[in-house]
Design a protein around this ligand. Structure first.
Ligand SMILES: *Cc1c(COP(=O)(O)O)cnc(C)c1O
Length: 224
């Protein structure tokens, strides 16, 4: 068995059944991704739109592609025909662009709003109040070709487990409250079910804190 297949097997054995594993393949070549695919994995994440579009062309079409990186609005068109879930939406303007491009392909694209939970200034994401504002806005109702299916967050890069835990817990609490609130409001394009949090270094903590989707790269494919 290849190292990649072996890594995947071990990670999957430890994941609770309801957790979706996104195997993060950024910078990795097509032949490496095929190793994971041939081991039965079909959900992959990339952080650059162009790189993902190139790999999409070269790989089997039953792969579910997730865009996990920061989005440049002008590049959304390159993935609108195939992307399965966009994790890193952090502005209303980007949602509008995704909606516009999805419409061209007569699709509805699922999106996660990225919440800012880390203390680092460098990390992207929306403050909770901004997320609430977008969700409850009148303008959102007009976007018929997107669905907001959840939230995504990245913790501070630190060895301090308590800090990581408190950041993930904060996001989960916010997510659960928002889910309850929106469930009663019959918003057409808001169906909160996914909480994307956890990477190679912190996914066991994220799962403990309510994650439903983990994005794991180096623990499967090795260092980049
Ligand atoms: C690269 C990346 C990951 C995976 O990181 P690893 O530490 O290799 O598991 C997860 N999420 C995002 C947004 C990333 O950019």
């Amino acid at each position: 068995m290849s190292i990649i297949a072996d890594n995947l097997k071990h990670i999957k054995e430890d994941l609770p059944e309801n957790i979706t594993l996104v195997a993060v393949t950024k910078t990795k070549p097509v032949k490496t991704i095929l190793e994971a695919y041939n081991a039965g994995h079909k959900i992959f994440g990339e952080n650059r739109i162009q790189e993902m579009a190139d790999k999409y062309k070269d790989l089997p079409k039953d792969i579910e592609w997730h865009m996990i990186g920061h989005l440049q609005s002008n590049k959304v068109k390159y993935m609108a025909h195939f992307v399965h879930l966009i994790h890193g939406v952090d502005s209303f303007k980007t949602l509008e662009e995704i909606d516009k491009q999805a419409k061209k392909h007569e699709r509805v694209i699922n999106c996660l709003l990225q919440a800012r939970i880390a203390e680092e200034e460098t990390k992207f994401g929306l403050p909770f109040a901004e997320i609430e504002k977008i969700i409850s806005s009148v303008e959102l109702k007009k976007l018929e070709n997107i669905t907001i299916t959840g939230l995504m967050g990245m913790s501070t890069f630190t060895d301090d487990v308590d800090q990581i835990k408190s950041e993930f817990e904060r996001l989960n609490n916010f997510f659960q409250n928002l889910k309850e609130k929106t469930a009663n409001e019959e918003l057409q394009n808001v169906q909160l079910e996914t909480l994307s949090m956890g990477m190679s270094g912190d996914y066991p903590i994220a799962i403990e804190c309510g994650s439903t989707m983990v994005r794991i790269g180096s623990a499967i494919f090795g260092a980049r």
